[in-house]
Design a binder for this molecule. Structure first.
Ligand code: PEP
Ligand code: MG
Length: 826
């Protein structure tokens, strides 16, 4: 028995069963297949076989194919009610038919008027025995053209040994709106790597290594297109099936890539007036031009021998990996996702193999890496889809970062004056993430609206226009610009009237936003009156004002790492004090919780010279670093203790796993307080980020003033899944009942001691999850500023009793998927 191709029984438009407005079909209760919105009036046999039955009402036929697959063709929805009207049968039960045989005639007018829909599901009803795939959806199909491919599962299991081992092939249609681009490619490759079998994907006449995310991207497989999976080796069948399942059902649905419509005509050039490009991130910005140039990095062509060059490349990749892992574990969701994809590219098998081969032939590490990347860039640019071509920017970004690490030219992060308009020929997302300061707008000569840098700009609310063309180079530094991220234009050197008009538009926009935020300014209470405090997480001084505007009652987590990363030495007490005081001032009379340094693990600080570790996430990080470097800790504590007014600041200790650590930190705080002559006490809280801390929360609560749960790390440590590792990214879900139980335990312990129990990890930013957290006993949520208005709105719609009931069900769920389903149900 082998793969069977089923032809379309009718002409029409093919759609996924998901689009069928009947849960019996869309829920796959009857089997797996596709549906046709028919334009022809004859129903033909999709394969050779035997007619098992023609329904008495004539609207449905079941055939048995020679390989045992049972195929149902159900013409229209709720057509049984027609009682046979509109249908003429041409075959009898038990009759043998050939592919293409005339089974039924349909009067489309009668059926269309008398039933819910003409949409005709074509299904394999015994789908448990077969892997059914639709090679291509959302397209026109003629009767008799291939519609479905049906592979007996048993065949896959007993595949004939060919060559090195068993071979299994499956063809699967890609359901994702934007096809197999960066993130899905990274997840697909991660799944492929879990199998010993060699795995390839074939599309458009090209076959690539399925364990290489970059190679997968270069195929340019778009929405609804069919890709063939070829597995070879001992676990071929399992590997092919697992990959097919992942592609069909397991890849997360994509956020829209193009935040705004693409402007019609890119690249017009009138330097005195408006440059026309392509709208990439909505909004309006007025400010002076600030040019960021990316000089070509010069690398030697010839190497110093394979061993030395390989070691250098590996070291450089390690440096870049640590940096990107930091971005993958923090920041905005878009930033985290892009960083996770970049990590996968950095470790791409094919890129490595190519670079290794070049180094073995005498190339330097830099030349080899650049050569390997450029070959894939060319392949991506050759795809016809702009989505894929724009992923070349990500590869260039990775190339640049590795070459900078290799040549030691990294230098300080570029600092952009707040509000200036960043202009650049081209820009990678990594460059935008690296910037110090926040641009008011972004204008690029190259790039596209679906590039990662555009997605990132949209996520960060930075209006952006791309593809402005070479004329952008003529814009002088400091020139006044108006970036219109919706019209896709950049006005250069606007006159006073234009500036005034733009300022008026901006003012109206801001007034609208302010109105929307106004409600967010009020304190958050549940519908039954219970107060829940809503704080903001901050990672820079500049975000404090935004937090206030978004209705934050204070800062629940100041990640002080922003002062320590990407520099050659630690900031001294004075620099730290100035930064902390600036945040305190920007918050007005609101409280400020400053977390002490949380470096190590995924957050590198090379100047600390921390020893290399096999398992950095389990090594010297967080409070452990501070206790191991008392002078560093003392500097930071003094800077914090000096912030005025007294009582405004609280201290939060990261990565605590034992009482001894809390006591040691408290002793250090006391020593500095006394040395500074401060009489007032300072509140000291503990982050609950390790299962150990959660399990001894009662003891910690006895000695700490408050508890704050870091769900990002708590999830990573509870589930033993690295939060920065794309291979397990799909599983790192804080709604896992194990994590929820640890939160419940912490909340119980905190409340018994009348301590505030907050959540400041990523889970607090999910409005739907807020109900569970509150139900578990959490009374303070701290999230990125932009998330706060929605969070408050959600809280106002809940009652404590509802939250408690929901939480009680959530902790009893089988896994995070069930918890998420529960939230959707609610
Ligand atoms: C956390 O782990 O949830 C947390 C808030 O800390 P960070 O994300 O900075 O590690
Ligand atoms: Mg943490």
């Amino acid at each position: 028995m082998s793969e069977l191709s089923l032809d379309a029984p009718m002409s029409g438009w093919v759609v996924s069963l998901d689009a069928v407005d009947d849960p019996v079909f869309s829920g796959r209760m009857m089997g797996e297949g596709a549906a046709i919105d028919p334009t022809s009036a004859e129903v033909r046999a999709p394969c050779d076989g035997q007619v098992i039955s023609v329904h008495a009402a004539g609207h449905a036929v079941t055939l048995r194919a020679d390989n045992g697959a049972e195929i149902l063709i159900h013409v229209g929805l709720e057509t049984v009610a027609l009682g046979g009207a509109g249908f003429t049968r041409h075959v009898a039960d038990g009759e043998r038919v050939k592919r293409g045989a005339h089974l039924l005639s349909v009067d489309l007018d009668i059926v269309a008027h008398g039933s819910k829909s003409l949409l005709t599901p074509v299904l394999v009803t015994n789908a448990e025995d077969f892997v059914v795939t639709a090679p291509s959806l959302d397209r026109r199909i003629e009767a008799g053209a291939p519609l479905l491919s049906v592979l007996p599962r048993a065949v896959a299991k007993t595949a004939e040994p060919i060559g090195k081992g068993a071979v299994a092939t499956l063809t699967v249609a890609v359901p994702l709106a934007h096809g197999l681009h960066a993130r899905p490619a990274a997840l697909t490759a991660a799944e492929a790597k879990r199998h010993a079998a060699s795995l390839h994907l074939e599309f458009g006449g090209r076959r690539v290594n399925a364990k290489s995310p970059v190679a997968i991207m270069t195929l340019g497989v778009g929405h609804g297109q069919a890709v063939k999976i070829i597995a070879e080796g001992a676990d071929a069948a399992a590997a092919a099936t697992a990959l097919a399942e992942l592609i069909r059902h397991g890849l997360p649905s994509e956020p829209p890539l193009a935040p705004v419509a693409i402007a019609a005509t890119p690249q017009s050039a009138d330097i005195g007036g408006a440059l026309r490009g392509v709208a990439a991130a909505p909004g309006l910005a007025i400010g002076p031009a600030y040019r960021l140039t990316t000089p070509e990095i010069v690398v030697a062509e010839a190497g110093r021998g394979g061993v030395a060059e390989r070691a250098a490349l590996s070291q450089a990749r390690m440096t870049v990996r640590a940096k990107i892992a930091g971005q993958a574990g923090a920041g905005h969701a878009a930033q985290r996702q892009i960083a996770a994809a970049h990590l996968a590219f950095l470790d791409d098998e094919d890129l490595h193999a190519q670079a290794d081969a070049a180094m073995a032939e005498g190339a330097s590490a830099g030349a080899a890496w650049r050569g390997a990347i450029r070959a894939q860039v060319a392949a991506l640019e050759a795809t016809e889809s702009p989505v894929f071509a724009q992923r070349a920017d990500d590869l260039r970004d990775i190339e640049r970062q590795v070459l900078l690490a290799l040549t030691g030219e990294s230098g300080p992060r570029p600092r952009i004056p707040d509000g200036a308009i960043l202009i650049a020929d081209d820009l990678g997302p990594g460059q935008l993430m690296e910037l110090q300061g926040r641009p008011g707008g972004l204008a690029m000569a190259k790039g596209g609206p679906t590039s990662h840098v555009a997605i990132l700009a949209a996520a960060l609310n930075i209006p952006a226009v791309v593809a402005l063309g070479p004329t952008l180079a003529a814009v002088s530094e400091g020139a006044g610009l108006i970036v219109d991220g919706e019209a896709g234009t950049v006005r250069v050197a606007p006159d006073a009237a234009e500036i005034e008009a733009a300022q008026t538009r901006l003012a109206i926009r801001r007034a609208d936003e302010a109105r929307a935020l106004a409600e967010g300014g009020a304190l958050a209470r549940l519908a039954d009156g219970l107060r829940i405090e809503v704080f903001a997480n901050l990672g820079s001084t500049s975000e404090a004002a935004e937090a206030v505007a978004c209705g934050a009652e204070g800062c629940g987590l100041l990640r002080t790492e922003f002062l320590f990363l990407d520099r050659t030495e630690a900031p001294d007490e004075t620099e730290q004090y100035a930064a902390y005081q600036a945040v305190a001032d920007a918050l007005g009379d609101r409280p400020l919780i400053i977390r002490t340094l949380d470096v190590g693990g995924d957050k590198p600080a090379p100047y600390l010279d921390l020893p290399a570790e096999d398992n950095p996430a389990l090594g010297l990080r967080g409070l452990r670093v501070s206790l191991a470097r008392p002078a560093l800790f003392a500097d930071q504590l003094r800077a914090i203790l000096r912030v005025r007014p007294a009582g405004k600041v609280r201290i939060l200790l990261p990565m605590v796993a034992s009482l001894a650590e809390l006591r040691a930190a408290r002793a250090a705080i006391e020593a500095e307080r006394t040395a500074l002559g401060r009489t007032e006490t300072i509140s000291v809280g503990v982050m609950i980020e390790t299962p150990a801390a959660a399990m001894i929360a009662d003891r910690l609560a006895a000695e700490a003033d408050f508890l704050s749960i870091g769900t990002n790390d708590l999830t990573q440590y509870a589930l033993a899944m690295d939060r920065g590792n794309p291979q397990v990214a799909a599983g790192v879900d804080a709604l896992h009942p194990a994590v929820l139980r640890l939160i419940a335990e912490t909340a119980r312990a905190g409340s018994a001691r009348e301590r505030t129990v907050a959540v400041c990890g990523g889970l607090a930013a999910e409005p739907a999850a807020a109900a569970i957290l509150v139900g578990l006993g959490v009374t303070e949520l701290s999230a990125p500023p932009a998330a706060l208005p929605a969070l408050k709105a959600k809280l106002r719609s809940l009652t404590l009793a509802d939250c408690q009931a929901l939480a009680a069900r959530a902790v009893e769920c089988d896994g995070p998927a069930e918890v998420r389903a529960l939230l959707r149900e609610e």
